[in-house]
Ligand binder design. Structure first.
Ligand SMILES: [Mn+2]
Length: 177
């Protein structure tokens, strides 16, 4: 979506049936928890990569808990085991272009967030339909949740907060449609 020449980038994921089945619901809630953890890190002075690392931590812990990854969380994060299911980064600059210009690192250091910057926060999980290392119930499920976040003087504002996002809100929207 665009407004007054500024771009937005929003993703929601919904179950085709209108209701999440149990594995879908568990993975959806995990991605949502990771998204909230990442958004919570957005404030002036925080390096760009911290929100991504927060999402990796929550997703890896959750994948272990649900049995999709096996091993110690710290080692799985170090070995980037999560990349089998979460193979992109947390988001991108947003402005007059949807993937807007702007450096992510300056002199090889992650850039610090400043008031007025706008970025997307969009963790996801994608379980290949032929993934033999996970139980059958997880295969073929793909979820991404993306919001647009403004860095403010004292934290952040979620610009896309009116778009339904919780499991209950998504199911209610599907029933209404
Ligand atoms: Mn995006």
């Amino acid at each position: 979506a665009e407004c007054d020449h500024y771009a937005a980038d929003i993703t929601r994921t919904f179950p085709v049936s209108g209701q999440f089945n149990e594995p879908q619901k568990q993975l959806y809630q995990l991605v949502l928890d990771a998204q909230y953890a990442a958004i919570a890190e957005i404030k002036p002075g925080t390096p760009w990569n911290i929100a991504h690392e927060a999402s990796v931590s929550v997703l890896t812990k959750g994948l272990v808990k649900l049995g999709l990854l096996k091993g110690r969380t710290a080692k799985l994060i170090k070995d980037e085991a999560y990349k089998a299911f979460y193979m992109h980064r947390i988001g991108h600059w947003l402005g007059m272009d949807v993937h807007d210009v702007g450096d992510y690192k300056i002199n090889d250091e992650w850039r610090l967030l400043e008031p007025g910057m706008v970025l997307t926060i969009e963790p996801g999980l994608y379980i290949p339909s032929d993934c033999a290392t996970v139980d059958e119930q997880w295969r073929g499920i793909g979820i991404r949740i993306e919001d647009d976040v403004l860095v403010t003087e004292d934290g952040h504002e979620i610009l896309t907060s009116l778009v339904p996002k919780s499991v209950e809100a998504i199911e209610a929207l599907m029933q209404a449609a």
